[in-house]
Design a protein around this ligand. Sequence first.
Ligand code: SF4
Length: 379
Amino acid sequence: MILDPLLSPIDILGLTRDEFLDRALAFGAKRPRALAIYRAAFRDGVALEPWVTLRRPPIVNSHVEGNTIKFVQRHDDGLETESVLIPMFGRAGQMTRTLCVSSQIGCAMGCRFCETAQMGLMRNLDAAAIVAQWFGATHDVGERPKNIVFMGMGEPMDNLDSVLQALRVLCDHDGAAMAASNIAVSTVGRVDGIRRYGDFVRQRGFHRANLAVSLNAPNDEIRGSIMPINRKHGMAELREAMLSFPLRPKAAICVEYVLIPGVNDALDHCDELCAYLKGIRCSLNVIPYNPRRDSPWRAPTEDEVSAFMARAIENGQFVKRRQTKGRSVMGACGQLGNPHIRRRKFVDLGVPGRDSGHATQTDRAAPGCNDEHGGDSCR
Ligand code: SF4
């Protein structure tokens, strides 16, 4: 049966070039034209033919704090996806942006320090909706990200089929053309997901993609008290999964550690953590806790953060500190999904369009897990 392409246009955003070509050729398009359509869709943000669509949720709100931009896309069912563009500064001072994307609306993992956990899981995003966040940042906000981190709402390993398809699309040379080395997928410690993602990373074209693990505790007792996933996958099992993850030479797993005063910030905790990490090629990324709504904990002081990091260095652990960004837009670590954001007055960026009107004040660089990707996250 020949479909009428005008009645059911091809939705490009969730498709790799080859998947699109298959469908376009079936519609009777010539290959060179179909290729031009695919490239124009991702590179220029335009649909060249009426039988293709670039269907993405409209940006309904956006907010700027310094150079950090948070934007909200509203889906057909009324649910919203939140994404954050985070500024990164290179050695020469040039600014690039890291896009923190969501893989789910809400999250089922229930981490006690996390704002998104308060929402529960509403639903998964499909690959097109994940890619739509890149598209929205690039063509609607007008800020093409250099890096992408899957550290927004949701646990990527809980929705891995869609996440992997999104990676295929984002890394397609004829499309978004993201470098796999500039992409990091973060997990709360779904060991099965780490193994599957490892298999994916072994494939040609993806072997430079990065893994981040949200660890946040030096031992099972503390981890289990703030992260329910630890009851299913304990730290020993998680350590095995990290050790077996395929790392390219000189690459490192980003181990995220949200520093929460009175919970996991003692110097003894640091010693125990460093012992746990010994033998794992990793960068410890210390993230000062951003108190969520009704948080039982406060943010750590500068002295507390410095003391913890100094102790990690004494232990021979490579460590970086994440600058907290976007706190006032609730786009900082662990703050996506705050319902208050929807009641605030947002800065009108004039989207869709390219004139973002972003503030240009300088901001300090956030350290990444390695020099190749931003490694910043929204958790
Ligand atoms: S920290 Fe991540 S995995 Fe945990 S509840 Fe929040 S979004 Fe989910």
